[in-house]
Design a protein around this ligand. Structure first.
Ligand code: IVH
Length: 668
């Protein structure tokens, strides 16, 4: 009998561990929360009844997880930029016009390639040997997936090139055939399927077990050479790479002008479905390398390239149900549950229906056929429903009156389309507002993702904002709860602690007051300087501030009139959260004000110190060096930005030179 119980417990553990891995590591949930929770409950019950089988590594002893720390981080030598998008030929024309203008009529041409729907990778060779494969990550720091990269047959492991450092970039992808094969196997095993080849490729490359990766037959198209010193055009660089053994996409083509580019786009669009791999657009690059520095980069994109995205696909499917969800402000969004349909490479089961007036005005009914598309290729949305013969017999939809989370009665403010849950204790609202508070533009608490918040909320470690700052009292309990143990708890607590000294305007934004976006939060912080001045301000004080106005003023007044909110502020005060505006009005300095700065390398103080200092004097700070850069502040081990600054003759400053420059002006 107990043997049977032990077997059952092991089965449940295995299931839950796998689901956790799917969720936290592969970023691909394989069951819904309900199934996860009920399986977890079953295991908890059995372990309580038979404690002899309860082990410290049981999923009941851990909460959540973190993708961090799984792969070693690698700082890219050269930032991995992304691409700006063009959605139609007008956007392409505008791109071409800008280039023409920047190049002042110098002759240029384009190189056109399919935009492979996979994930970008940087391959590093030293003295002809492959030494590293790194994912893009945030463009600055990626994940070291070298072991997995070594399993990809089409990546050369040695090359006939003796450069000490040689870097190539490309897109790792899964062919449609391999993708179908993997999913067929998953289906056989009763596992959740991958949504599209890109997710499958990404999930595979970020697998810890290289043996699994090997079986998955990932492939690569290489599309960029970083060591291009002796090469003049992109076309030549691809030829050079091809000769070294790298796979170059055969549909890549040199085009003399933007009209030829359009023709090639038309051709690729036509053959798109017949390709063995998914493409989501076309990449257009200026062919001549001599122009790359002139054209420069923004902080995210090179200005010498653009991605033409194919128009969004529209599909029809059956609307199975309409369900509301509640956001942090209490606003209700209606969502469609759909008969799964393949759309732009993924399997779509749900889409937004916006608000109840949208559904009412379009007379969308449950059971009808709806048209859906992906907005900006990310969130699917319902466009309309088809009024066919079956449609008439379907019941007209009516909006919900109760909050889907707390069942409180919903309200609609005068003149507004949306319904709101105004219950301050609504659990979903609290979870969403905690998420907002921790988000990057607010208190920037890394590691406090929505999933972690949900777990901490369910376990009652965080039920309101100020509890975040009390997590440190439960460190041991959290370590027991957290799948990744001490290290991730320590990291979380560190970022919680760090956030205490965050800028005051970020705190105001994080409070989630209606109508207070990032910019308004800054204006309020700057004008009132500290929290007490805001609390004590009357409606007139608030509304007379430029850019604030009566709606925002009322919203602030209303928020601070609620007792719980005042209690929150008092709690945060006693927890030493910064509530003072630290910025000052810009100090005019002819050497610094409005000048363009780039900061690079390791400095004696954190980079933010120098950013704040320069901001005080009204400098513009950007991430990448271009001909518009006035100064580069360079610390130790500065890499590509310093090199580029030298190439472009941009003035390079050390910390002391910067100090001198500031003082020189201030003393005048
Ligand atoms: S060039 C600085 N070429 O698209 C040059 N990217 O949306 C950057 N991609 O991050 C990339 N096919 O992952 C380039 N032929 C191609 C590409 C390509 C796919 C991906 C790449 C990039 C993303 C930008």
């Amino acid at each position: 009998m107990t043997e049977k119980i032990e077997r059952k417990i092991n089965q449940l553990k295995e299931k839950l561990n796998k689901w956790n891995n799917d969720y936290y590591v592969l970023n691909q949930p394989s069951v819904d929360d309900l199934e996860f929770d009920s399986t977890m409950k079953e295991l908890i019950d059995l372990e309580t009844q038979y404690p002899q089988f309860k082990t410290p590594d049981s999923p009941t002893q851990k909460v959540g997880g973190s993708v961090e720390n799984i792969f070693t981080k690698h700082k890219h030598k050269y930032q991995m930029l992304s691409l700006a998008n063009a959605f139609n030929f007008d956007d392409l024309e505008a791109f071409d016009t800008k280039i023409k203008k920047e190049l002042e009529e110098k002759p240029y041409s384009y190189f056109v390639e399919p935009k492979i729907d996979g994930l970008s990778i940087s391959l590093i060779y030293e003295n002809g040997k492959l030494v590293k494969g790194v994912t893009r990550g945030d463009g600055i720091v990626g994940e070291d997936v070298t072991n997995n990269i070594f399993t990809i047959k089409s990546i050369p492991k040695t090359i006939n090139n003796n450069d000490k450092y040689f870097e190539v970039r490309g897109e790792v992808y899964l062919s449609k055939k391999e993708f179908d094969k993997i999913n067929a196997k998953k289906f056989e095993n009763g596992e959740m399927l991958f949504a599209n080849p890109r997710n499958a490729a990404s999930g595979t490359l970020r697998q810890l077990d290289s043996e699994i990766v090997k079986k998955r037959n990932l492939d690569i198209w290489t599309y960029f050479l970083m060591n291009k010193e002796h090469i003049e055009t992109h076309e030549e660089s691809l030829k050079f790479l091809n000769d070294l053994g790298f796979q170059i996409n055969p549909l890549s083509k040199h085009c003399q002008n933007i009209n030829n580019v359009k023709e090639q786009i038309g051709y690729l669009n036509e053959i798109r479905d017949s390709l063995e791999y998914e493409i989501d657009g076309i990449v257009i690059k200026v062919n001549e390398f001599e122009y790359y520095d002139i054209l420069g980069n923004t902080s995210k994109f090179p200005k010498w390239a653009i991605a033409y995205k194919f128009p969004a696909e529209i599909k029809e499917t059956k609307l199975l149900d309409i369900f509301p969800t509640v956001g942090r402000t209490g606003r209700i969004t209606y969502n469609a549950k759909l008969k799964p349909v393949k759309l732009a490479g993924s399997n779509v089961k749900a889409a937004t229906l916006h608000n109840s007036y949208f559904i009412r005005d379009k007379d969308i009914r449950i059971g009808s056929t709806v048209k859906i598309k992906k907005a900006g290729d990310i969130i699917p949305e319902v466009l309309d429903s088809i009024k066919d013969t079956n449609y008439e017999s379907l019941p007209i939809w009516t909006e919900s009156n109760l909050c889907p989370s707390c069942q409180n009665k919903l309200e609609r403010f005068e003149g507004e389309v949306d319904q709101y849950c105004v219950n301050i204790e609504c659990p979903r609202k609290i979870i969403r507002s905690l998420e907002h508070f921790a988000s990057r533009d607010a208190m920037n608490i890394e590691g406090l993702s929505i999933k972690i918040i949900e777990k901490l909320f369910a376990n009652k470690y965080i039920v309101k904002i100020s509890d975040i700052y009390k997590l440190t009292n439960f460190k041991n309990e959290l370590i027991m709860l957290d799948k990744f143990g001490e290290k991730s708890v320590n990291n979380l607590l560190k970022s919680v602690e760090r956030s205490k000294t965050n800028l005051f305007e970020k705190l105001i934004f994080g409070l989630g007051i209606r109508h207070i976006g990032k910019k308004t939060a800054y204006i309020i912080a700057k004008n009132f300087k500290n929290i007490d001045n805001i609390i004590n301000a009357n409606f007139e004080d608030l509304s007379k501030i430029r850019d604030v106005g009566p709606i925002v003023a009322k919203s602030i007044k209303d928020w601070f009139e609620i007792d719980q909110n005042i209690n929150l502020i008092n709690d945060l005060k006693s927890l030493n959260i910064n509530m003072n505006f630290s910025g000052t009005d810009v100090i005019e300095n002819n050497n610094i004000t409005s000048k363009n700065f780039v900061i690079t390398g390791t400095l004696s103080k954190p980079r933010n110190h120098f950013k704040d200092l320069l901001a005080k004097y009204g400098a513009n700070i950007s991430e990448s060096v271009s001909k518009n850069t006035d100064y580069v502040l360079a610390g130790e081990e500065a890499g590509s930005k310093l090199e580029k600054a030298k190439k472009l003759n941009v003035k390079i400053l050390s910390e002391t030179e910067l100090e001198k420059l500031i003082k020189e002006e201030n003393n005048d």
